[in-house]
Design a protein. Structure first.
Length: 145
């Protein structure tokens, strides 16, 4: 027979802790509700109709200073979506796509399409062959040739 005094007590389940979500609470509203007699942050709340323009300006300035010091109300700095690399890459893609469309159009429309002749004419018309000829002369001039 089992002894009654040596029985282990049953384990009780641990209380479940509530996980705190990322809830943003309005601190101003909570502070105003916590203050007695309708005061918020130690200053009595005066209806806007009873405020003079100077008092209203001072209250707005004070609120702006409080908001600017609050890290929750600061705006995030936006990153610029444009940078030099993406702009140059887009220009290169535009040039290549334009050349591809021109060559494709010439291939479809022209009866006897000669790719080498078309590319040679395009390079002459756009000044690309002249640019490379001048670059070659400049570089050969550096080496005394």
């Amino acid at each position: 027979m089992a002894k009654k005094g040596t029985d282990k007590p049953e384990k009780q389940p641990k209380p479940v802790k509530e996980k705190k979500g990322k809830e943003k609470k309005d601190k101003k509203g909570a502070a105003a509700a916590a203050q007695p007699n309708g005061t918020a942050n130690g200053t009595p709340s005066v209806p806007l109709a009873n405020m003079s323009p100077d008092q209203m300006t001072a209250a707005q300035l004070e609120q702006a200073i409080k908001d600017s010091n609050d890290p929750n109300t600061k705006l995030k700095k936006l990153r610029s979506p444009l940078n030099v690399r993406s702009c140059l890459l887009n220009v290169l893609i535009l040039i290549v796509a334009t050349l591809a469309v021109v060559i494709l159009w010439c291939f479809i429309v022209v009866d006897k399409f000669d790719f080498a002749l078309v590319m040679g004419d395009m390079m002459d018309q756009f000044g690309i062959s002249e640019f490379f000829a001048n670059m070659g002369k400049t570089i050969s001039g550096w080496f005394g040739g």
